[in-house]
Write a protein that binds this ligand. Sequence first.
Ligand code: ZN
Ligand code: ZN
Length: 417
Amino acid sequence: MTQGAKGIIFIGDGMGGRPCPELDGQTTLEAANTPAMDRIAREGSCGLMDPISPGIPAGSDTSHMAILGYDPYKHYRGRGPFEAKGVGIEVRPGDVAFRCNFATVEGRDVIDRRAGRIKEGTDQLAAAIQEQVPQIEDVEIIFEPSVEHRAALVLRGPGLSHEITEVDPHDPDVPYLDSKPEEGAKDMAAAEKTARILNEFVKRCHEVLEDHPVNRERREKGEFPANIALPRGAGTAVDLQSLEARYGLHAAMIVEVDLVRGLGQYLNMDVIKVEGATGGQDTDELAIAKAVVAALEDHDFVLANIKAPDLGGHDGNAQMKIEAIEKVDRALGHLLESLDWDNTTIMITADHCTPCSIMDHSGDAVPIAFFGNGTRPDDVERFGERACATGIIGHPRGMEIMDILLNMMGRAEKFGA
Ligand code: ZN
Ligand code: ZN
């Protein structure tokens, strides 16, 4: 049991948006039925936040970094290290880490970048790669599956560089690429070596997977074989001060995405996995809410994220996004009932907008609301993009949120005499 004021940041991933024509010009957040969020907004302090800075479409990783007070422009080293850390690979100084997609290729042509969104068998495929391609030249290969079609790759050895171009073409029906040193790479010899090893890895990986039993079975069922792993997002080890050292908060993270979980591990937060938290539309939001309540028993601070709203945004499916937002609201409803709000402050927000009209992240500001201990009410009556714009918090950036929260929690340090 920790003493003192508690804090929560609760994020509906990609929950912000733009007006949808099919919702009479409302956003999905405005159209959704959200009694808990509306109470938080009505009784609490609202505003709009630029997760990174105005107009910059944030990734989930860079946004969470900024919201926790770590400048992504200073500390971000690509997604690879977070994905790798999130699946439990230690990324050491000198390592180069990648995210990978299991994909389907014919010859060099990428037929499906996600191998039909393969869900099962990737652990066997990854084990085969790890067993048959343990090393290339003097570089150790570490390969682990992540959720669905995702995986992580770490190259470990002397003289490597992250300054290389992508293998994944990011488009279907085009050939995958040969990695090359980036133009103007600082260490050209290291970049050449890394690109050579990466290209060899991709080739060997294809040879291992092409006739793997998992893929033979997929072909028989008429499914896309996962016959290659395409690396992207090269990055090097991240060096971040722990959240506890930075703020004096014993902290936990409850999130569904390996990428953000990896950030939590770099920050030395207790990363708690929740049974039933799938990262999908079917996630158990009450299990997540209960895990937050339980974590606050012995932590000062919890960051939680429910992924589902982002999925509806990426699919351009407003109804799906509304249902996901209502899930987030049910989780918040449980928190409102369960916690001592004289001693607890919560901030609710999205890590970025994922408008259904764009089907990707946009650089629009997201609504925020603080509720509980230390907050001052304003005239905002409900939680949404336009309602929160008139709130008392105004328009901070993600990097300023922890200071605002610490002040409400009574844990901010005085600056000056
Ligand atoms: Zn996100
Ligand atoms: Zn997204």
